[in-house]
Design a protein around this ligand. Structure first.
Ligand SMILES: NC(=O)c1ccc[n+]([C@@H]2O[C@H](COP(=O)([O-])OP(=O)(O)OC[C@H]3O[C@@H](n4cnc5c(N)ncnc54)[C@H](O)[C@@H]3O)[C@@H](O)[C@H]2O)c1
Length: 310
């Protein structure tokens, strides 16, 4: 029996963002096809402890992820992803912080690839914490960036992020900005990755043509996007049940009458649709689901356990 344990560096060295995007894209398609058994996650201490699991029927494989979340700590997210198979006893345990940032970025990469204009090259990122670098990497992988603007309440974190990413952003014009309203005004793509509890900008601040990804809010009390933007956009989500339970901005917009449930399209459905009605503004709202963790863990199992899964 093999037993593999991977720390954050081990996970990152094994999986590139492009691989993660392809794996998560396949996962979203399988999710829409009903290939996953995926209970809504267990949330304890108002979001400070999470347990997530997903079983992929076709491969008889599963993951369980445990997380502790604390925004007064760096990194805010810590825990483990455990891989399990019915066919063998080998085990793999991976650092959940690294898996989470990769798979959260990868979902944004899938959505941006599907929804952003083909010539989109100007990204504004709001929130320069643990998730931020992989948000940028994912967008850059599908829409090579020409300009990157980073906004963070503490500007030193925005500057530090740009310094970290500099070797990967050759030729990209980068800057930090203090005012999110002004920073989104000329963006083609906006990424929101904060624990905010009220909208980060007004709908009026955005250009007429824009794609917005929002991954920060994962509790009903959290919210990054204004109702007016959701009312005025084609809205895509990671998974309906999870969104209706956890996404503060979607719940707020539904309650205000700015959105109806039938306005929400799951990303996996959109990926397989012949035609995706978009309009000029699109939003991808993700609270994060265990399928994404499974998709990255599957890549790790293939590499470290020699799995050849169908
Ligand atoms: N959807 C998902 O799958 C998913 C996955 C992981 C994390 N998350 C969530 O994403 C959010 C960010 O996670 P993280 O690990 O990067 O957290 P973090 O604490 O490391 O970073 C958050 C950053 O946002 C900044 N910030 C907070 N409010 C802001 C505001 N109003 N304007 C600008 N900047 C602001 C903070 O200064 C900090 O630098 C959290 O809420 C986390 O729970 C979601």
């Amino acid at each position: 029996m093999q037993s593999v344990t991977l720390d954050a560096d081990g996970v990152r060295a094994a999986v590139s963002m492009r691989e993660a995007i392809d794996a998560v894209r396949r996962g979203f398609v399988d999710l829409a096809a009903g290939e996953f058994e995926m209970p809504t996650r267990t949330v304890m201490r108002d979001g400070q402890f999470l347990v997530m699991n997903a079983h992929h029927r076709a491969t008889s494989t599963a993951i369980i992820k445990t997380l502790s979340v604390n925004f007064d700590r760096t990194p805010a997210i810590a825990g483990t992803v455990v891989w399990a198979e019915t066919g063998r006893t080998d085990t793999l345990i991976a650092d959940a912080g690294a898996v989470t940032t990769l798979r959260t970025g990868a979902a944004v990469g899938v959505a941006t690839d599907l929804l952003a204009p083909a010539d989109a090259g100007r990204l504004t990122l709001i929130g320069a914490g643990g998730q931020a670098a992989d948000q940028v990497r994912a967008v850059h992988a599908v829409r090579p960036l020409r300009e990157l603007t980073v906004v963070n309440t503490d500007p030193r974190r925005a500057a530090a992020l740009l310094e970290t990413l500099a070797p990967e952003l050759d030729g990209v014009r980068t800057r930090t900005a203090a005012d999110p309203e002004a920073a989104v005004a000329d963006a083609d793509i906006v990424c929101c990755a904060t624990p905010a509890t009220s909208p980060l900008f007004t709908a009026a601040a955005l250009p007429a043509r824009v794609h917005v990804n929002a991954i920060g809010a994962f509790r009903p009390t959290m919210r990054e996007l204004p109702d007016e933007l959701l009312a005025d956009s084609a809205v895509f989500i990671d998974e309906r049940e999870a969104i209706l339970q956890e996404s503060g901005e979607i719940l707020h917009a539904l309650k205000a009458g700015a959105l109806a449930e039938h306005d929400l399209t799951e990303l996996g459905t959109a990926l397989t649709a012949a035609d995706v009605p978009r309009g000029s503004r699109t939003v991808f709202k993700s609270v994060g689901v265990a399928m994404q963790d499974w998709a990255v863990a599957r890549l790790l199992a293939e590499k470290f356990l020699g799995d050849r899964l169908p």
